[in-house]
Design a protein around this ligand. Structure first.
Ligand SMILES: CC(C)(COP(=O)(O)OP(=O)(O)OC[C@H]1O[C@@H](n2cnc3c(N)ncnc32)[C@H](O)[C@@H]1OP(=O)(O)O)[C@@H](O)C(=O)NCCC(=O)NCCS
Length: 467
């Protein structure tokens, strides 16, 4: 049974919306608005809990590995610990036990807003507790305070050629930010490993605070004639500040950003970006280097870049056939894509086997705010035809849409049109999940990751294959 702690004023609300069979709700353990303090209380208890568990079950088997799993990208192999979220193939992601609709209900919102603040999600991911409004406000302030970039990173960003993809600019800038790493300095000075997590925590907060500035600088340099950034408002939230730095002040767009930055944050531990950050971090590379490595993985078209690919694919469809293409015309276009050896971007998933709830909540946002948008209608019509076609191919394990099938159309509606920027937004959000995990990886003293690989000859020998 999972134990999650929430503030007392949330409990009545929770009792109404959550199926409590699997959820024991407890009072907030600590009302402090200092996240590091709250975390510091939890870590020793969690270390002890895991120690006792491993003592009793260290040799208990939890699965089997087949030859196909080894050749098949390790699908289904249980080989990682990730505390922040768990992905159920049918139900989708749960952040510390809470589904996306539940998070939309229980996490604190901005005044007058309806979508969760990503600060609250981060607090939840780090502590397992639903934060109070005051805790979330403290985090907004903390991130605003830490946002400034060192001069060499600003200058690096300002000197990138416009031909360099925004994701490459993003990962270069994050790598160069490691001049600021407190973990690196502490490690070099010989700090005891029991204290590693504290420095990873500090770096993570600094990094989360600074990446919207990095991301907005990339956007303004590339698409707004190097316009200078709107100043950070210390009384505003992370998403509102980010949106304004990008030049978007429409309150609805800011709400979209709050939702967007919440739902793209975490997808358990095995996806390319999360796993990469964990892997690189396990070598005790600092959080900047680890996160930059994860961004490079996110920049792949089968992972985060799919959101750019979807929009380009939809735009091409609209320009070739028309945005009001009929279902038959869309079918023909999908088959053309498949026959040319391409994937249909935004569909399929390595773990999920149903429609991604991240797709569904974005669809609900669209139904509420832009129900008559022609591109949204096209996305809806694509949804009607693609799953059956993918099923017809006989090989696609999950024919349903994922998060990337929907995100771009919302951005287009609010005039964020530059598709090659979309994955940067994903990256800003992904920092919340992977850095929350990185803090815990060091808190739990997880070792250098080093799975065993085998040659084909070695594998054949191991299973007695002699042909
Ligand atoms: C996400 C993805 C990489 C998962 O890959 P996977 O776990 O290997 O998926 P499957 O096991 O279903 O793949 C089996 C086959 O179906 C194909 N397939 C899967 N999704 C497909 C799609 N959307 N369009 C066409 N073919 C697809 C695979 O390429 C593979 O073909 P192959 O045997 O010829 O190599 C894959 O579904 C994909 O490429 N989707 C499009 C890109 C995308 O949206 N990525 C974002 C994911 S959040």
């Amino acid at each position: 049974m999972a134990l999650f702690r929430v503030s007392s004023n949330k409990i009545a609300e929770l009792n109404q919306i959550l199926p409590l069979a699997n959820l024991a709700v407890r009072n907030l353990t600590d009302a402090s608005t200092d996240l590091k303090h709250v975390l510091a209380q939890k870590i020793p208890k969690e270390q002890e809990r895991i120690k006792a568990f491993r003592k009793e079950h260290g040799n208990t088997k939890v699965g089997e590995v087949t030859v196909d799993m080894i050749y098949g990208g390790m699908r289904g192999i249980k080989g990682l610990v990730c505390e922040t979220s768990v992905l159920d193939a049918d139900e989708g992601i749960r952040f510390r036990g809470y589904s996306i609709p539940e998070c939309q209900k229980i996490l604190p919102k901005a005044a007058g807003g309806a979508e969760p603040l990503p600060e609250g999600l981060f607090w939840l991911l780090v502590t397992g507790e639903v934060p109070t409004d005051a805790q979330v406000a403290a985090l907004s302030k903390e991130w605003a305070k830490r946002a400034e970039l060192p001069a060499h990173v600003a200058s690096l960003l300002n000197n990138f050629p416009s031909t360099l993809h925004p994701m490459s600019q993003f990962s270069c800038a994050v790598t160069a930010l490691n001049t600021e790493s407190k973990f690196l300095k502490a490690y070099t000075a010989g700090v005891h490993k029991a204290k590693y997590w504290e420095y990873v925590y500090e770096d993570s907060l600094d990094l989360i605070a600074k990446i919207p500035v990095v991301a907005a600088t990339i956007y303004n340099n590339q698409f707004r004639n190097s316009k200078s950034l709107a100043p950070i408002d210390p009384n505003s939230d992370w998403s509102a500040n980010f949106s304004k730095m990008l030049g978007f002040t429409d309150p609805q767009f800011i709400e979209l950003m709050r939702l967007y930055l919440t739902i793209h944050s975490d997808h358990e531990g095995g996806n390319v970006s999360a796993h990469t950050v964990h892997l690189v971090g396990s070598a005790l590379s600092d959080p900047y280097l680890s996160f930059a490595a994860g961004l490079n993985g996110l920049a792949g078209p089968l992972h985060g870049l799919a959101n750019q690919e979807v929009l380009n694919w939809l735009n091409k469809l609209a320009s070739e056939i028309g945005v009001d293409a009929s279902e038959d015309q869309i079918k023909e276009y999908v088959w053309k894509t498949l026959k040319s050896g391409q994937v249909v971007p935004g569909y399929g998933h390595a773990v999920l086997r149903k429609t991604d709830p991240r797709y569904t909540c974005q669809r609900e946002f669209a139904l509420k705010h832009l129900p008559n948008d022609p591109l949204f209608k096209l996305v809806s019509n694509v949804f009607k035809v693609v799953p059956n076609i993918l099923l017809e191919t006989g090989k696609v394990k999950n024919p349903w849409p994922n998060v990337d099938a929907h995100s771009g159309v919302l951005l287009q509606y609010y005039n964020l049109k530059e598709t090659n920027y979309y994955t940067v937004l994903f990256g800003v959000s992904r920092a919340l999940g992977v850095l929350a995990s990185l803090i815990w990886s060091r808190a739990l003293g997880l070792p250098l990751e080093r799975p065993k690989s085998m040659s084909t000859d070695g594998l054949m020998k191991a299973v007695g294959y002699t042909k």
